[in-house]
Write a protein that binds this ligand. Structure first.
Ligand code: ARG
Length: 453
């Protein structure tokens, strides 16, 4: 490989430019791509059937060597592509030397990355659905539990706990749809683009696409070798998913605190303190919240790598890998551990109910009560505002107020004001998407269908 040069490469320069420490992870994709390429070359009469067979057999045994930990990766061979090719030539000589006909490492690495990304996307979707199922299970198991719904982290209106869980189901459903979109644009075969301009051999790209499971072939060779949009898209979708998981993590941290006491995490998903024996810490949730930072960082890093690259391939693009692998690993492990954590958490229904009953959480419902008696909503809002102020000043809840105290604020209050309760509040929100039990039951059924289909 040093044919053109008068000197050996500087050792630091070699280590600096080598990608083998991290791109060896692409060995499976690289071998699959090379086997398909060899088959295609033989089919087109560019190499012989015998040569293709030798190549295929040798590549298969190289895969076994790698998986058996017997393969000696060499930094002087730069990357996974040259490591495998060199070993192939060692094994089968001239047949191996023909494999790189009608191919460049530029379309080769683009192919490997797309194959890797396609698999990562499928695994991501599968794990997203797994977490959705866990959310549905815990929602169904606690479908009668009520809790305060919050805005500004202030108790706002009572909701069903299941309704709250279904909100996360929806977020994850959008994530699934984003990864599916991303899959559609990843599912394009770049092989056959050569270094950048195409190749001067009668190759069959549609055959390659079929062999390797791609739905389409790329339309422009220069774009094909220089496009990493699919990696960026994965990372963007992953960032949004991590943002969702981080929000859920934050709620689990809050809810498992003594201040809220809404849930108890299973011991298997909590950790202790090295000094305070009473502590049961939500470290998994905290770390998911923390790891969101590196996933955002990986996205920004690659966007920055790509931002001013002239067409077509540039070595800068080798920097697409570590961040991408890290994001895939982080996202998959976060989804997996969350699935177990959600599946095992206990809802403390008595606590959530008490929190929903405390305070003035039914104020909106009292305003709606007056609206039912003909008061314009804005005026009803003012009246109940005065009522809340009075109750706060006198250290009373709505339940403690006498009817005559109510009547000081509006003569329209009657005995039935006492039938405004958490249950009536929740039951009244009987609109599609609302928190009334019948609506939530429908949402649960709809969600269950989605994850079964
Ligand atoms: N290791 C390289 C990468 O990941 C492979 C492509 C190298 N191409 C080249 N022209 N040097 O981008």
């Amino acid at each position: 490989m040093r044919d053109r040069f008068k000197k050996e490469v500087n050792k630091l320069a070699q280590d600096y430019t080598a990608s083998i420490p991290f791109d060896k992870r692409l060995y499976k994709q690289d071998i699959a791509g090379s086997i398909a390429h060899a088959k295609m070359l033989a089919k087109q009469g560019i190499i012989s059937d015998k040569e293709a067979e030798l190549i295929t057999m040798a590549l298969t045994s190289i895969r076994e060597e790698i998986e058996g930990g017997e393969f000696a990766f060499r930094a002087d061979l730069e990357d996974i592509h040259m490591n495998i090719e060199a070993r192939l030539i060692e094994k089968v000589g001239d047949a191996g030397r023909k494999l790189h006909t009608a191919r460049s490492r530029n379309d080769q690495v683009a192919l490997d990355m797309r194959l890797f990304a396609k698999e990562a996307i499928s695994q991501t979707i599968e794990k997203l659905v797994g977490l959705q199922r866990a959310l549905l299970d815990v929602a169904e198991a606690n479908k009668d539990e009520v809790m305060p719904g919050y805005t500004h982290l202030q108790r706002a209106q009572p909701v069903l706990f299941a309704h709250h869980m279904l909100a996360y189901f929806e977020m994850l459903q959008r994530d699934v749809s984003r990864f599916r979109d991303c899959l559609g644009r990843t599912d394009v075969l770049p092989l056959g683009s050569g270094a950048l301009a195409g190749v001067p051999y009668p190759i069959d790209r549609d055959f390659l696409a079929k062999e390797l499971g791609f739905s389409r072939i790329s339309a422009n060779s220069m774009d094909a070798v220089s496009d990493r949009d699919f990696v960026i898209e994965y990372q963007a979708a992953a960032s949004i998913t991590m943002m969702h998981l981080s929000r859920l993590a934050e709620e689990l941290v809050l809810w498992s605190s003594a201040e809220f006491g809404f849930i108890e995490l299973d011991d298997a998903y909590a950790t202790g303190s090295s000094i305070m024996p009473q502590k049961k810490n939500p470290d998994v949730a905290e770390l998911a919240r923390g790891k969101t930072g590196r996933v955002y960082g990986n996205l920004l890093a690659l966007l920055t790598v790509m931002k001013a690259l002239p067409l077509s391939y540039n070595r800068d693009m080798q920097e697409d890998k570590e961040g991408f692998f890290d994001t895939v690993d982080t996202l998959l492990s976060t989804l997996e551990v969350f699935t177990g954590m959600i599946a095992t958490l206990k809802v403390k229904g008595e606590k959530t109910r008490r929190a929903a009953e405390e305070g003035y959480i039914l104020a909106t419902d009292l305003a709606d009560y007056l609206v039912g008696k003909g008061v314009p909503f804005r005026e009803a809002h003012n009246i109940v505002g005065g009522l809340v102020q009075y109750a706060v000043e006198n250290g009373k809840t709505f339940k403690d107020l006498s009817l005559s105290e109510y009547k000081n604020f509006s003569s329209l209050f009657e005995e039935d004001v006492y039938s405004v309760t958490v249950a009536s509040s929740i039951g009244a929100r009987d609109v599609p998407g609302g928190t009334a039990p019948g609506q939530v039951a429908q949402q649960l059924a709809r969600a269950r269908k989605i994850v079964q289909g």
